[in-house]
Structure formats: C-alpha cells, structure tokens
Design a protein around this ligand. Structure first.
Ligand SMILES: Nc1ncnc2c1ncn2[C@@H]1O[C@H](COP(=O)(O)OP(=O)(O)O)[C@@H](O)[C@H]1O
Ligand SMILES: CC(C)(COP(=O)(O)O)[C@@H](O)C(=O)NCCC(=O)O
Ligand SMILES: [K+]
Length: 242
C-alpha cells in the first residue's frame, strides 16, 4: 500500500508491505503545488506498484482535484479519507464538516478505548485534542511557531526577525530572543495549562515540530511519528472489513 499525507507545508508518503512494515518513506515541502510535486514522484510510485493509495489531505477541493488528476495517470486505485464523527473506533462531538482530516486520523491512530488521551499535532498549525475513552471532546488550534513568527514580521515595523531557533522559554533580553521565547512559550504554556486542567489524560505528540515543543512540557510526553499513518491504516482496514 501507498499512503499519502498532504499537509499545509509538506507532502509525506509511506510505502508499506503486506504486514504493514514501512519499506519507503519521505517528506517534502510542496510549496502549495502538491500535484506538481506528485508528478515528479510518479515514476517512483509506478516502480513501487502498490495495489492501493490511501490519502489524507487538508488542502481543499481545488488542490485535491489536481492531485486526483495526477494520480489518475498511475492506474492504481486511490481514495481520499472522509472524516466520520460517528466512526466505530472513535465518536466525535466536533463538527465533522469542519474537522481536519489529518487531525482526525492522528486521533484515530492513537485512540485507545481504555484511556484518556490528549493528542497534539505540531505541523503548520498546532492542534490539541482531548479524547476520553474513545470519545473526542473537542480541541484547540494555534498557529505554529513559524506562522507566529511570520505574523509578527509582517504585522510590525520593528520586528524584522525571520530566522533563528526556538530553544528556550525564559525571558529574552533582545528582540530575537523575546520573539522566539515568547512564541515557544505561547504553545508550551497552552499545553501545560491544558494538561493541568486534564491531569489524567496521556500526552501524545506528533508532527514536524513535536520534538522542539515537547522538551519544554512539564509532564511526560509520548512522541509518536506514526500516528497519521496508523490512522490511515486503521481507517482503510476498518472500511474493508465492514
Ligand atoms: N518558515 C519555516 N521555516 C522552517 N521550517 C518550517 C517553516 N514552516 C514550517 N516549517 C517546518 O515544516 C514542518 C511542517 O510540519 P508537518 O508536520 O510536516 O506539517 P504539515 O502536516 O502541516 O505539512 C515543521 O517541521 C516545521 O518545522
Ligand atoms: C488545523 C489544520 C490546519 C492542521 O493542518 P496541518 O498543520 O497538519 O497542515 C487542519 O487540520 C485543518 O485545516 N483543519 C480544518 C479546521 C478544523 O480542524 O476545525
Ligand atoms: K487556510
């Protein structure tokens, strides 16, 4: 099987064998042109010869249509995931016309009906979702550390910071440090507050910035980079059985 994740910044793919082991994987920035990026990958995908392609996309109808057009040339069946708030593996109280597919799949990949879980996705947006014994209670959406920095850059005259590392949440003494530390604290502080309000929820983090953020969280965090893939596999596996 081939699995695709079209996020707002990167396209990720995984090729798995019949026992679900990953045999190839890559993540690339798509610069808002995922279909063009996929075009460049079609030779590789043809060589992989998967029998099915399962897709998570948060890119919207127009880009998804272009992606479909590109994938159609491969003559391999493919399908986009649709969020289902009444899914047997996890019920959700969230508006399922709006809930992002990646958010939902990350939760589906993590969900355990014996646990209380807080799933944190650290991509272009940071999402924090609460799940109580396989019931999604709702969540929060924040701009990522990079989006926050861009908005300060574009919305102010004297902040001209466009690069630097996010490595501390102590107070800064320069604009550079104050910007990076303030932004990182806005996310770390929110996670700490939510975890304080929900002390018996296990914290699970995934996505490109999970490692940077988790270092400053004041409770143990499980880092899992396989959540979305696991969610995709569970979704299509469940659908084939029912
Ligand atoms: N302006 C930026 N500069 C450097 N890295 C960035 C920038 N914007 C995003 N990134 C990186 O892109 C990655 C996006 O994470 P990912 O989980 O792939 O998100 P998505 O699913 O939204 O595409 C993150 O690791 C982040 O560090
Ligand atoms: C919240 C998101 C932008 C996160 O996307 P990502 O950072 O993974 O690219 C995406 O899941 C999305 O567009 N969701 C729709 C809004 C919602 O979930 O309510
Ligand atoms: K948007």
């Amino acid at each position: 099987m081939l699995w695709l994740d079209l996020g707002n910044t990167r396209l990720k793919y995984w090729l798995t064998d019949d026992i679900g082991q990953i045999v190839a994987h890559d993540a690339k920035q798509h610069l808002q042109a995922p279909a063009e990026l996929l075009m460049g990958l079609t030779d590789r995908f043809e060589r992989y010869a998967p029998d099915f392609i399962g897709i998570s996309s948060v890119l919207g109808d127009n880009l998804n249509a272009k992606v479909s057009e590109t994938l159609s040339r491969l003559n391999i069946p493919f399908e986009f995931v649709h969020v289902d708030a009444a899914h047997a593996l996890m019920k959700s109280a969230y508006n399922d016309q709006q809930l992002g597919c990646d958010r939902w799949l990350q939760m589906l990949g993590a969900v355990d009906k014996k646990k209380r879980q807080c799933v944190i996705g650290c991509g272009t947006a940071v999402t924090i979702d609460l799940i109580d014994h396989a019931e999604h209670l709702g969540g929060y959406i924040f701009p990522s550390i990079y989006l926050q920095r861009e908005s300060l850059f574009s919305g102010t005259k004297q902040i001209t910071i466009s690069n630097g590392t996010f490595d501390s949440v102590s107070q800064g003494l320069t604009t550079q440090d104050a910007v990076h530390r303030g932004i990182l604290l806005s996310i770390v502080g929110a996670i700490n507050e939510i975890s304080h309000r929900h002390p018996n929820f296990e914290l699970i983090m995934t996505g490109g910035d999970a490692a940077i953020i988790s270092q400053h969280v004041n409770r143990p965090v499980r880092l899992r980079d396989d959540l979305l893939l696991n969610g995709l596999a569970r979704y299509f596996d469940y659908r084939n059985k029912s």
